[in-house]
Design a protein around this ligand. Sequence first.
Ligand SMILES: [Cu+2]
Length: 172
Amino acid sequence: MEGKGKVKMRSVLIYGAISLALVIAASLYSFSYFNEHGGDGHSHDHGTPQAQVVAPSMKEVRIEVDDGMRFSPATWEAQVGEPIRIILVNKGKVDHELVIGTEKEIIAHAKDMANPNSKGHHHTNEISAKPGQQAELVWTFKKPGQYAMACFEPGHYEAGMKGVINVETKTH
Ligand SMILES: [Cu+2]
């Protein structure tokens, strides 16, 4: 009985920590939003990423892009259930984006982008960065397998701007 109580207490603590992190992340997010978008009259909504919960211990994957139409690294590993802070750093002179998902989802997205009627359609699995800027997204893979990332700025995907993420089940 005592053991059960302990487990419950721990989950309450974890829940509290997560809520706190959420509040902090949300305020940081809105702060940076105003810094980036404030006053220039250019409000281009890229949608709110899936989650903005950034814990200090969270695994980070920093992906650099430039106008060479490549992600660096283009291949990386992740584990199922592990939240990853994906940081897209644009060192090029044109906009770049990172769309993440299964190969199927990426291809569906490519088709969607090619359809002129679906412009302005944004997803939670997508971030974009202007030249010299960076963007980030917290992402958790739910199942093992091979996933893909791609940039759908016009012509980029076709030029080879794509990558692979190998997701494995955590082994203890
Ligand atoms: Cu690109």
